[in-house]
Design a protein around this ligand. Structure first.
Ligand code: NAD
Length: 497
């Protein structure tokens, strides 16, 4: 005989919480080291604990609270299976597309760097980030049965995003991370945190409406180095993904947590005597002027072989690049860089962050000249050791360096790239030259005869993400980057013949 007990939700919650308290359960297990699967009771207790307070929709004052909430959300996502991951991806991509205009403006208003048209486009293209479909298990079948290798989540991923693409990096990271079955906690760049947190709230509200998962995408309201430290030390976080410059990459590598590091670049371009110069000029302007050169993959310095140097400069001007005279370059250099004593009697250039992502016409004015309205890129002739070449300066002012030949061009490009192994570009019809440069620089992205953006599936084959894991070698991140690989074996059986 079945008996039915009529108890309300709060009674159940109370009993579960009491039992958990007596068992000394803390919910602080990580996905990686979790000794046992969390029961439905523990999951619902955690869910209720977070639901009973005012809903945060992912934005937390305290980084540890954010990690805890994300951990609970991870179990909720797991309960709802692959279909829920697909729904989240659909929500995030859809909201980026729908809100591209207003969010792009919000990001520009807050960060004050880059260009509105490209801020909008960078949100519209989040939909090109690979989703759940990316993960396909590998299988083997033989005389000893069958083997299946599956991609499984870490649990909670901790993310750090740059000021250069605050909402786009966060959103694209969410697509990759949640496709792999994880929840995420972000420490956004303080200079782009307001818009990042706005997007986090909107994503979570929609996810909650559709799936009743409350804090799948978490972030810290006022991010700081301390909150980064808390995230990287949290037991609930199984993996970090950091996108930014050398400071954060070093901090992540020292954190003791496994880290996927999408670090700095300084992409050189080489133009040889076989190149289509008009196309090379147009492509370089497109890539280097994109969002006022905020892209880490964006062309940052151009080396042109002597044989076509003058023709290239003409083609560059014909295509719309505005040339600075030597005295104007000198004047601009004093604004864009300060020089600090390195303690050893030498001085080195330090980038004035105020200049990053400024409009080309504003930079021309600072150089003491006037570029025509609508000028997207300015340039100047420099030598290979100029600060504009050596520093990753993220402005739409690109130095052009004359080199003797391809050999010298590749050598200078390699020095300028600093061994980041990030991105490089060649304009050439000579496959040997392409091969030499590919081998010497050994970059994660190497684009031949196109703008840098074609390396991320925009006008070239491939796919998009905003985190290119250069330092740690995972390459252009995908959902697979955020998984653990697990093997399941059936011995001597289930192979049909
Ligand atoms: P940044 O290094 O100043 O900041 C990046 C993030 O790291 C921010 O959230 C910042 O608050 C945090 N941070 C900085 N120092 C830290 C530290 N010591 N400990 C903890 N957190 C720290 O970079 P940015 O100006 O925001 O972005 C531009 C840089 O990012 C460039 O170097 C660019 O090449 C790089 N970037 C790389 C990729 C890639 O995919 N490889 C993508 C975008 C940007």
């Amino acid at each position: 005989m079945n008996t039915q007990l009529d108890v309300d939700d709060s009674t159940v919650r109370h009993v579960v919480e009491e039992v958990l308290k007596r068992l000394g359960h803390t919910q602080r297990d990580t996905a990686g080291s979790r000794p046992e699967v969390a029961t439905t009771a523990t999951r619902s207790a955690t869910r209720n604990r977070h639901s009973s307070s005012k809903r945060k929709f992912g934005v937390f004052e305290d980084a540890n609270d954010a990690c805890e909430a994300a951990h609970a959300a991870y179990y909720q996502l797991r309960d709802q299976g692959v279909a829920a991951r697909m729904k989240v991806v659909e929500i995030v991509k859809g909201l980026c597309d729908k809100n591209a205009n207003s969010w792009g403006k919000m990001e520009l208003d807050e960060t004050k760097i880059g260009r509105l048209d490209h801020k909008i486009e960078k949100l519209q293209i989040v939909k090109l980030t690979p989703g759940v479909e990316w993960l396909r298990p590998d299988a083997m079948s033989g005389d000893h049965g069958i083997m299946l290798e599956e991609y499984t989540p870490f649990g909670v991923v901790g993310g750090v995003t740059p000021i250069t693409h605050s909402i786009p990096t966060l959103s694209s990271n969410v697509v990759s991370i949640v496709s792999a079955g994880n929840a995420v906690v972000f420490n956004p760049h303080p200079g782009g945190a307001r818009c990042a947190n706005f997007a986090v709230r909107v994503f979570n509200e929609a996810i909650y409406r559709e799936l009743e998962i409350e804090n799948l995408i978490c972030s810290v309201e006022e991010p700081s180095l301390e909150s980064f430290d808390a995230i990287s030390k949290s037991e609930q976080v199984g993996l970090l993904v950091v996108t930014g410059g050398p400071g954060v990459v070093n901090a992540a590598m020292k954190s003791g947590k496994r880290a996927v590091c999408a670090g700095p670049g300084n992409p050189p371009v080489l133009v040889d005597e076989t190149a289509d110069l008009d196309k090379a000029a147009r492509d370089i302007i497109f890539g280097a002027a994109y969002d006022n050169n905020l892209l880490c993959i964006g062309e940052k310095e151009v080396f042109v072989v002597d044989a076509v140097y003058r023709q290239f400069l003409q083609a560059f001007e014909n295509a719309g690049a505005f040339k600075l005279a030597q005295s104007q370059l000198d004047q601009l250099e004093k604004v864009v860089f300060t020089y600090e004593d390195d303690g050893g009697g030498c001085s080195h250039p330090v980038l004035n962050r105020e200049m990053v992502g400024k409009d080309a016409t504003d930079l021309a004015a600072l150089a003491g000249t006037r570029a025509p309205a609508g000028t997207e890129l300015i340039f100047a002739e420099t030598d290979a050791s100029h600060a504009f070449v050596v520093e990753e300066q993220m402005t739409p002012m690109i130095p052009v360096v004359r080199v003797r030949d391809v050999e010298q061009g590749v050598a200078d490009a390699k020095v300028a790239e600093h061994g980041y192994k990030h991105s490089s570009i060649i304009h050439s019809r000579h496959v040997d030259n392409m091969t030499v440069m590919a081998r010497e620089l050994d970059c994660t992205l190497f684009v031949k005869n196109g703008p840098s953006t074609s390396g991320l599936g925009l006008g070239g084959e491939g796919y998009l993400t905003y985190s290119i894991a250069t330092t740690t070698g995972e390459g252009i991140t995908t959902p697979e980057t955020f998984t653990r690989k697990r093997r399941c074996v059936m011995v001597d059986n289930l192979r049909i013949y």
